[in-house]
Design a protein around this ligand. Structure first.
Ligand SMILES: Cc1cc2nc3c(=O)[nH]c(=O)nc-3n(C[C@H](O)[C@H](O)[C@H](O)COP(=O)(O)OP(=O)(O)OC[C@H]3O[C@@H](n4cnc5c(N)ncnc54)[C@H](O)[C@@H]3O)c2cc1C
Length: 478
């Protein structure tokens, strides 16, 4: 066992959370983990991955366990096909590379691959056109305490509510040591961009492009479809050029210019002008490119620090939710007069119209709003848990400097409060997540079963923190 490379003051990727746990340790083996749990009995313990979450889910009050050294990968076949047993701290990019060598890949990935597998799974990390990664988890090994002897032990989770809780647990069941995930054969994805005038038009492309995601372009209010489907075509010979263009023009140049406008120029007019006249010129439309899924679906979005809230809306509410989002963004920017009578009435009924009036001109949104379709998960509390209806995850990213995010946080809270009430929208557990205890209870009908599992694994609630106590574990506010 060695001290972790983390400094004693821990800062997450987004720079919105800073905390100083009493101790930080980076075990090298499962035996180390058990020894640490034994030595720290009675303390509150949190395991973390790569700290890419923006929510308080990562905050460790006393002992922080950094599991980066538990990163082994073992791929074998069982009666249902290939299964990979992966150390909790293994980064997804390393797992993807290892699976690729065997002609396999993950069934679902997010926009980046920097996360640890256990961290990504713990918050229901997702892409588009599939369930979240959590859904594909077949088993887990979790270190926790024996309810009778209070000695540390390892529990193997394989099915039932135990597994449904463990698949998206926010770290509440204990320290995840390894995750069994079912890979699928490697596949290629064909991608092309097209601009659409309306939501209906971009959704109409879904049957032909089931893996698509699309962007509501702020201040232009068109929809840019990033259409994607599985393909049996060979890799395009221009794919390396496409990747180079994507990295240089989108991942780097576009984001540098955006940051310059947002952080240095800081003019609302410049932001709007950028989206109305420049942003779309950087995207090559109509070029169909085929490449391996892990190259096509993942970008280098971690290059520049930012912050994000993402709201999951059930499919039936999507059209109204998108109209609502546009009106709220316009109001926060300064134009409350253009609120439709329907939205005004809905906010008046919720008792939130005055809050919106007082927030006018407090935040100008400055990033394309990514919308992804996510299918139901067989879990207890991931954002698409237990749903036959797909959800659409609507994401809002800000590149404001960390000390200048008041407007964004105000917007995020308003969005979460109003959209959870109006559209049963669930904020991503790993992103900015301003849920209240009552909202969480209303949005997640399986929360009582989740709590039951938490008590079975962790009778003394040692693996939580104050935020989780309030939202998920049902403990009274301290
Ligand atoms: C640039 C960027 C892009 C992103 N893109 C997407 C995306 O496309 N889709 C999406 O859904 N999300 C996305 N996310 C969110 C990200 O996938 C999640 O926040 C994920 O949980 C981060 O993984 P991590 O390894 O950093 O875990 P952390 O943030 O360190 O931890 C997340 C949670 O997992 C728990 N945990 C971690 N390891 C263990 C363990 N061994 N045992 C028990 N509990 C554990 C922690 O306690 C915490 O509750 C993105 C984040 C960033 C910064």
């Amino acid at each position: 066992m060695r001290e972790s490379g983390l400094p004693s003051r821990v800062i997450n990727f987004g720079g919105n959370l800073e905390f100083c746990p009493a101790a930080i340790v980076a075990p090298r083996t499962e035996a180390d983990v058990l020894r640490i749990l034994h030595e720290h009995r009675g303390r509150r313990i949190r395991a973390v991955g790569r700290l890419h979450s923006w929510s308080e889910a990562v905050v460790a009050e006393e002992l922080l366990l950094d599991l980066r050294h538990l990163d082994q990968i073992d791929v074998r076949d069982d009666e249902q096909g290939p299964v990979a047993t992966v150390g909790a701290g293994c980064q997804i990019k390393r797992l993807l590379a290892e699976l690729d060598r065997r002609g396999l890949t993950l069934p679902s990935v997010g926009l980046i691959s920097e996360q640890s597998l256990a961290g990504a799974v713990a918050t229901g990390t997702h892409g588009s056109g599939r369930s979240s990664l959590s859904h594909y988890v077949a088993g887990m090994r979790i270190a926790c305490y024996d309810p009778v002897t209070d000695e540390p032990l390892i529990r193997q989770v394989r099915g039932g509510d135990e597994l449904r809780a463990a698949r998206c647990s926010l770290g509440c069941l204990g320290v995840v040591l390894s995750v069994d995930v079912r890979p699928r054969p490697a596949y290629r994805v064909e991608e092309w961009f097209r601009l659409h005038e309306s939501l209906a038009e971009v959704l109409a492309a879904e049957p032909d492009a089931p893996l698509q995601q699309f962007f509501l372009i702020p201040w232009l209010w068109n929809f840019l479809g990033q259409h994607r489907r599985e393909s049996t075509q060979p890799r395009s010979w221009l794919a390396p050029l496409y990747r180079a263009y994507w990295f240089a023009a989108i991942d780097v140049a576009l984001h540098l210019v955006l940051r310059l406008i947002v952080r240095v120029l800081r003019r609302r007019g410049a932001i709007k002008g950028f989206f109305r006249h420049i942003a779309l010129r950087t995207v090559i439309r109509g070029w169909h490119v085929v490449d391996w899924s892990q190259r096509m679906l993942i970008m280098e979005h971690e290059l520049f620090r930012h912050i994000e809230i993402e709201m999951f809306v059930p499919q039936t509410h999507l059209p109204k939710a998108v109209t609502f989002v546009r009106e709220i963004l316009e109001a926060f920017d300064g134009d409350a007069a253009s609120l439709s009578p329907e939205t005004r009435a809905a906010l008046t009924n919720l008792g939130r119209i005055d809050e919106l009036q007082s927030a006018v001109a407090s935040y100008t949104h400055h990033y394309p709003i990514c919308i992804r379709r996510v299918f139901g998960d067989d879990t207890l509390i991931s954002m698409t848990s237990d749903s036959d209806e797909p959800y659409y995850a609507i994401s809002f990213i800000s590149y404001d400097r960390p000390v200048e995010r008041d407007g964004f946080f105000r917007f995020a809270r308003f969005l979460s409060d109003s959209m959870s009430a109006l559209f049963a929208a669930r904020p991503h557990w790993g992103k900015v997540c301003p849920l209240t205890r009552d909202q969480a209870q209303r949005l997640y009908p399986n929360l009582p079963q989740f709590r039951e599992q938490c008590v079975r694994f962790d009778r003394q609630a040692r693996f939580g923190n104050a935020w989780l106590d309030r939202l998920c574990l049902g403990k009274p506010d301290s």
